[in-house]
Design a protein around this ligand. Structure first.
Ligand code: HEC
Length: 160
């Protein structure tokens, strides 16, 4: 029974593909066809792009550390607070403690300033994983943070 159903299904799919091919090759409005194919390809590409993608801003406005502190202890998007994974007193949590972070940030990656490294750590944490930790920091914070929010967070973290 199952075999029969499977065969039927296969035949149906083959027939559909044949019909589709036929209708594509039989269209006379060639100039219309290519743009729609390209449009379909673009749509497919957009669907494949990871949702977390957010360009890393190259220049940020001046940051306000006080607002950065508020953000650090608030829920952003659907995630838990930064402070629930990062302590500020040196104790190890799910993520590294940010005690003395202002000192180390600029030395984490050669050629990356403390600010660049911090922005990347927040927007695309998978790119700059701290040795000894797993790549489990949520990667969608960037979607919920404006450039100003990012600048504020960076100012706050670098003041630690
Ligand atoms: C679910 C836990 C979790 C949450 C929530 C989280 N992080 Fe992280 N974070 C990590 C882990 C684990 C690492 C180490 C691995 C890595 O670098 O991705 C890390 C690394 C970092 C680093 C690099 C630290 C270093 O010493 O180089 C920074 C900066 C950072 N996080 C900032 C933030 C900020 C800001 C937020 C909130 C917007 C946040 N994190 C939320 C888990 C978390």
């Amino acid at each position: 029974m199952m075999v029969l159903i499977t065969l039927r299904l296969r035949q149906n799919v083959k027939l559909t593909i044949l019909r589709l091919r036929f209708s594509l090759t039989n269209q006379h409005n060639m100039p219309l066809r290519y743009p729609s194919v390209i449009l379909l390809l673009l749509l497919a590409l957009a669907a494949c792009t990871p949702q977390d993608a957010r360009p890393i801003p190259t220049a940020l406005p001046a940051g306000d550390a006080a607002n950065g502190e508020v953000l650090f202890t608030s829920r952003i998007g659907n995630q838990v607070e930064c402070s629930s994974c990062h302590s500020l007193d040196g104790s190890r949590g799910t993520g590294p403690s940010l005690l003395g972070y202002g000192e180390v940030a600029g030395r984490r990656r050669s050629g990356m300033s403390a600010q660049e490294y911090t922005v990347r750590s927040i927007v695309q944490p998978g790119d700059v994983v701290v040795p000894g930790y797993s790549n489990i920091m949520p990667s969608n914070f960037g979607q919920h943070l404006s450039d100003q929010d990012l600048a504020d967070l960076v100012a706050y973290l670098l003041s630690q």
